[in-house]
Structures are given as structure tokens and as C-alpha cells.
Design a protein around this ligand. Structure first.
Ligand code: NAD
Ligand code: LMR
Length: 341
């Protein structure tokens, strides 16, 4: 008994020492679009993260103000603001993780693909600078339409000869956050104790919550399942309508972006079994070269893309229904860069 207790105690000491070293690792995080509706609260949340030692904030305008403001928070990260394209390279230098929420948001009546014309060029410019200044950084793309902007980033990195599919992520965490919240509310559960994967992409029917894999296990009538699935798919539109012309989700997105960024940093720091849904280059669904599903994050980014697991008939139909749209969005992003932007 004594030996077993001593072993447990030494394991605990080791675990604590590991947790301390993991959170004291030096990690530089850069946010591109830091003055925006997402950028500002995301900057604050990353400043509050004990995993961040340096925070670089970049935007075309306004970053000195955001940086000065956020830098007064008494947490570990050292903050510096950079404004204007001539300072982009300096901001990106030595980044471990680059988060990109730069770009225009939707207004009522638009879908995410309507943002393509403006945001494709922004993502292309920013990723060109990433390839030049911090080619080994993990990159989290938030800018919409994610289904196309992630393939755009991949093509830019390929052109620069720096592409590593394990380091490029589309942020779909907000879909998971929403599905957890909506399910918890429908079943009167504690939202922080509910979890489920959301697979596919990040637009309308390409967002597919897998309620059959929820934990805790839930039983849903067809009507409930349909309503929850549709609400998750239309979650972004619900916020766009409520904001009535003043943009799309910013606060919940900043929360989701910070959750995903912290997961990436934990992976880099060697924490075991960090699993998140994210939109990455993938072969889990034949014919769809980018797909969001559960991914284990590690010291080099993607460690393993997990199997989808078993899908209900309803979910299987949802998967079939999204294929054409997702494939077209991926191709559109690819062609944009291949044809010279
Ligand atoms: P916003 O207009 O409030 O902010 C965008 C910021 O990007 C602005 O500060 C702007 O100056 C900056 N910007 C524009 N061009 C830039 C460039 N070339 N370099 C650096 N910064 C640049 O918009 P927002 O509400 O923060 O949304 C940003 C993007 O995030 C939109 O495309 C939106 O659709 C998307 N979004 C994605 C998700 C998701 O789940 N992935 C969720 C919400 C919003
Ligand atoms: C969201 O899901 O809230 C974002 O993609 C923004 C949008 O346009 O809906």
C-alpha cells in the first residue's frame, strides 16, 4: 500500500512539474485583424492566457490603441501593437501561432460566400507574409468563408514552398460551442458538461453536429434533432440578423477562437490528448480534401485526424447533402490562388 501511495505521489509531482513547465513555455501569439470586432476581445482573452508569453497585435489601423489598452492587464504576456502593412513582417517574426480574424463580416441577407471577393485577397496577402516571416507557425484561420479561405492559405503556402498541412487550421470551434449550448438548453443540462463533435465545414448545410455522439448520451425525437441541427447550422445567421447590419458574431467567436488557440498551444507544449474539431486538409471523407472533424493536436500541429465514428442515418444524410457545396467552396479557394488571385 505504501509503495502504491508513494508512486501515486511521485506521479502527481511529475504531473504538476509538467503542467508548470508547459504553461511557462515561451509562446508568441500574433493576431492579424486585432482591431476588429473579434480581434479586440480575442486580444484580451489571449492576454489573459497563462500559455502566452508574447502577444503581437496587427491591423491596418488602430492597433496601437488596442495594444496600449490590453497591455495594462496584469498578466504574463508582453504586448506589442503593429499598424500598417510595412510593419506586418516585424509583427510576425518568431510567432508560434498566428490567428487571422481579418476581413469583412456579413450583413443580413448575405451568405458567407458573399464575403469571398474581399476576404480572399486579405487572407492571401496575410498568408504570403506568414510564409515569409514565420513559416513554421501554426495558423488559425477565422476569416470567412472558412470553407474557401483555408484552401486559399494552403495554396499560398504551397506557392511559397512552406506548406505543412499539419500547421494550417480553419477555426470551426464556434459551431461546437453553439451545438453544446443549444443541446444543453434543450435537455436542461449543464452546458460546460456537454460535448459533441461538429463535422464538415463552416457554412449552412456544411455544418453537421453529431448529436448521436453527444456526451452525456441524449435521446432526441426527430423533431428535436432537426430543430437542434438547423439552429446550429444557422447560428451565425441568427446573430447576423440580431445585430441588424452591425456585423456578425464577435464575442462568442473571440471565446471560441481563444479556446482553439489554447488547444493549439497545449499541443505545442506537449500536453497529451488535446482533441478539437477543426477544418484541416483531410482524407477522412473521400472527395473532400478539406474537412472538419476531431483532430488530436501535438507538438507539430495536427498529430492525428480521428475517425468520424458511427453516424446515425440522419447524420449520414447530412454528410451526403453537404458534399457538393463543400467541394465547390474548396475548389473556388484553390482556383483563386492558382489563377493568380
Ligand atoms: P470587423 O470588420 O469588425 O474586423 C475586421 C478587422 O480586420 C478590422 O479591424 C479591419 O481593419 C481588419 N482588416 C481588414 N483588412 C486587413 C488586412 N489586410 N490586414 C489586417 N487586418 C485587416 O469584422 P469581425 O466581426 O471581426 O469579423 C472578421 C471575420 O471573421 C469576418 O470575415 C467574419 O465573417 C469572420 N468570422 C468567422 C467566424 C468563424 O466561426 N470562423 C465567426 C465569426 C466571424
Ligand atoms: C458565425 O458562424 O457566426 C460566423 O461565421 C459569422 C457569420 O457570418 O455567420
Amino acid at each position: 500500500i505504501f509503495r502504491a501511495t508513494a508512486m501515486e505521489a511521485s506521479k502527481l509531482v511529475l504531473r504538476r512539474a509538467f503542467a508548470r513547465s508547459a504553461s511557462s513555455a515561451k509562446r508568441r501569439v500574433v493576431i492579424l485583424g486585432a482591431n476588429g470586432g473579434i480581434g479586440q476581445p480575442l486580444s484580451l482573452l489571449m492576454k489573459l492566457s497563462p500559455l502566452v508569453s508574447d502577444l503581437g497585435l496587427y491591423d491596418i489601423v488602430g492597433t496601437p490603441g488596442v495594444a496600449a489598452d490590453v497591455s495594462h492587464v496584469n498578466s504574463r504576456a508582453q504586448v506589442a501593437g503593429f499598424a500598417g502593412e510595412e510593419n506586418l513582417g516585424k509583427c510576425l517574426k518568431d510567432a508560434d501561432l498566428v490567428i487571422i480574424p481579418a476581413g469583412v463580416p456579413r450583413k443580413p441577407g448575405m451568405d458567407r460566400d458573399d464575403l469571398f471577393n474581399v476576404n480572399a485577397g486579405i487572407v492571401q496577402t496575410l498568408c504570403t507574409a506568414v510564409a515569409k516571416n514565420c513559416p513554421k507557425a501554426l495558423v488559425n484561420i477565422i476569416s470567412n468563408p472558412v470553407n474557401s479561405t483555408v484552401p486559399i492559405a494552403a495554396e499560398v503556402f504551397k506557392k511559397s514552398g512552406t506548406y505543412d498541412p499539419n500547421r494550417l487550421f480553419g477555426v470551426t470551434t464556434l459551431d461546437v460551442v453553439r451545438a453544446r449550448t443549444f443541446l444543453a438548453s434543450a435537455k436542461k443540462l449543464n452546458p460546460s458538461e456537454v460535448d459533441l463533435p461538429v463535422i464538415g465545414g463552416h457554412a449552412g448545410a456544411t455544418i453537421l453536429p453529431l448529436f448521436s455522439q453527444a456526451s452525456p448520451k441524449v435521446s432526441l425525437s426527430t423533431k428535436e434533432l432537426d430543430a437542434l441541427t438547423k439552429r446550429t447550422q444557422d447560428g451565425g445567421t441568427e446573430v447576423v440578423k440580431a445585430k441588424a447590419g452591425k456585423g456578425s458574431a464577435t464575442l462568442s467567436m473571440a471565446y471560441a477562437g481563444a479556446l482553439f488557440a489554447e488547444a493549439c498551444l497545449k499541443g505545442l507544449n506537449g500536453v497529451n490528448n488535446v482533441i478539437e474539431c477543426t477544418y484541416v486538409e483531410s482524407s477522412v471523407v473521400p472527395g473532400l480534401s478539406f474537412f472538419s472533424s476531431k483532430v488530436r493536436l501535438g507538438k507539430e500541429g495536427v498529430d492525428e485526424i480521428l475517425e468520424l465514428g458511427s453516424l446515425s442515418d440522419y447524420e449520414q444524410k447530412g454528410l451526403e447533402a453537404m458534399k457538393d457545396e463543400l467541394k465547390k467552396s474548396i475548389e473556388k479557394g484553390r482556383k483563386f490562388v492558382q489563377s493568380g488571385g
